[in-house]
Design a protein around this ligand. Structure first.
Ligand code: BTN
Length: 237
């Protein structure tokens, strides 16, 4: 169970809604006022990107959603905020796989889902904190901070760092977010990747972000392709 009193004491002005168990914090956030934060101890129907489910076991992960104003590079800003909060509280340095997967040991430690609902950006963050195992189909794809570090972490500590990190990152301009993301992610430049595209997968070397935050992949024939959605993976994996 999450120590809600600690969160409310640290952020007395924030509207924080807590559920012991809920289908998805995204659904609650979508019906909530701007500025609301929804936190759950477990989700019964956690939503991932591209229609996937998000494994949301009780007591071990962070499952939270924020009602934020939309902005062009919001997903990138949230990824940086999550990386900063985790580093600050656990000392663990996650990599960022464009656009917003937090990676450890080539597995996913956290994910971000932004959905536009009634003009607001319903922004969900899931962090694998203390899981000791994952379902078989996720075993080689997912990792928790605990599995990486060999010790458990207090989820409240990470949340206490995450809220102000988000506040501060969403206040930055696009240029700053692109610079911070490029600095924090090993995927943005010089990385061999394969990306699923409508016409089939392409392989190339990443060549930076364009001014809107899209990823540029340079194929070996010199063609640049702008990647508009996710589906980026290390080549050969
Ligand atoms: C992804 O596929 O990488 C995005 C995962 C987002 C999961 C979080 S957990 C809190 C919020 N509620 C949901 O149902 N999904 C997001």
């Amino acid at each position: 169970m999450i120590d809600l009193a600690r969160l409310r004491q640290a952020f007395p002005d924030r509207h924080i809604i807590y559920f012991d168990s809920i289908d998805s914090t995204q659904r609650i956030a979508a019906a909530s006022e701007p500025g609301t934060i929804v936190v759950a101890d477990r989700q019964l129907a956690g939503q991932g990107r591209h229609g996937h489910t998000w494994h949301s076991e009780r007591g071990s992960g962070i499952y939270c959603s924020f009602v934020l104003p939309p902005s062009p590079v919001l997903t990138l800003a949230l990824g940086i905020a999550a990386v900063e909060a985790i580093a600050q509280t656990t000392g663990i340095a996650c990599d960022l796989r464009w656009p917003n997967d937090l990676m450890l040991d080539n597995r996913k430690a956290a994910g971000i889902l932004v959905q536009l609902v009634n003009g607001m950006a319903i922004s969900g963050i899931g962090i694998n904190v203390n899981q000791t195992e994952f379902p078989e189909d996720l075993g080689h794809l997912a990792i928790s901070l605990r599995q990486h570090a060999g010790r458990a972490f207090a989820r409240e500590d990470i949340l206490l760092a995450l809220f102000p990190a988000i506040d501060s990152l969403i206040a930055e301009d696009t240029e700053t977010i692109l610079r911070l993301f490029t600095h924090a992610s090993s995927y943005v430049a010089g990385r061999r990747v394969t990306v699923d595209q409508p016409g089939g997968p392409i392989t190339g070397t990443t060549a930076g972000l364009d001014p809107a935050g899209f990823l540029i992949v340079r194929q070996d024939d010199g063609t640049d392709t702008l990647i508009l959605a996710g589906g980026v993976r290390a080549a050969g994996s």
